[in-house]
Ligand binder design. Sequence first.
Ligand code: SAJ
Length: 435
Amino acid sequence: MSSTTIHFAKEEAATTNFATISVIGLGYIGLPTAAIFASHKVKVIGVDVNADTVATINRGEIHIVEPDLGNAVKNAVAKDFLQAVNQPLASDAFLITVPTPLQDDHQPDMSFVESAAKSIAPVLQKGNLVILESTSPVGATEKMAQWLAQARPDLSFPQQMDEKADINIAYCPERVLPGRVMVELIQNDRVIGGMSATCSARACELYQIFLQGECVVTQCRTAEMCKLTENSFRDVNIAFANELSLICYEQAIDVWELINLANRHPRVNILQPGPGVGGHCIAVDPWFIVAQNPQLAHLIHTARLVNDAKPQWIIDRVKAAVADCIKTTNKRAAEVKIACFGLAFKPDIDDLRESPALAIASLVAEWHAGETWAVEPNIEQLPPSQTSQMKLTDTDSALQIADILLMLVDHHEFKAIKAEDIKQSWIIDSKGVWR
Ligand code: SAJ
């Protein structure tokens, strides 16, 4: 059994029974979590299969964009409280924070969780705590416990020995908002789903090293469903707003005004329509519920379809605007210039991954015979896949050159555009930027 020792600086340690904590998967959740434990002077071993990620972190640098994360990692590494490795080492607690993407058939891909579990199995020791944080279908924690038990028949697990098990296991979902991760990790309440009461108690003890929010204890299946429910709730409510936006368009009603008015009712709180739902969670997690409950999850499934259909509806509006522009101005299609305002998946961030705005801009540029310009104040250059299709410019230039304005993200820079600076007759505002 591997038991390589890592030496950390001798500084005052947090009062905890967890002398060493391993975080498996150093992505958007794992790395901030590792850095926050380390900032409380607990020895943290970060494990990632990507050699570049390991090397970057060990230089005290980061490979993802998140406010305040860079400094936290730099300090943790400099003070020897955080070290990245590519193979798990013996620890008191293991947190699994690996991706659980969707497969093409909308079924969750649990292979990273399975690999992570199998990779920690050889170094598990009696008394260890294993926590799954990755967004997972109901039953995933019990499945993980089975993989561990199969790999380590010499140890007992909660499904066999309940409170008396050698290894404690819990599901504790992350619930932090990208862009506010370092704040929300500490402040948000934490749902703790232990496989036994002891498992939950030990997981609470672990998070209390840094948590200012409350630890709320439940069953592991409820905790798994809770995470899926939170993001599905938001998806369904955004779908309601998106569906309203289509209906209002047909009825010649301003959807933004309508929602503002309806939200004056004390028990109505409608979310905002947009170009579709982006990010890595809200557009993904509802499918986990649909995949497990295809006969029951009608509303959740329909919400996904409504939100996924919105980008094409926006593109159809652009095509109609181009046709109208050609008819009105006698320009040829190749002479019509379109400016896409915003590529990120939500306002005031630089994250373009899973962004409906980027997808729409890209499809418009591919279809349009004339120039397509992109304005994205949060990036310095376009992703390589887009450079042949569109050109990046600034707000003022785009307002000067474009015939058609396509508003895709409500970045604060766009909200600040003055009405008198807009001379275009064709504006497709998917986010109600000036409402
Ligand atoms: N959106 C709308 N209309 C709205 C609100 C959002 O169209 O009224 C769109 C955004 O533009 C964006 C997408 O939804 O494209 C998602 O953005 P978001 O800010 O609502 O959420 P995420 O994906 O950044 O983070 C979510 C959060 N979940 C909830 O708020 C329930 C976060 O707390 C989770 O931790 C995160 O998913 C996750 O990791 O699961």
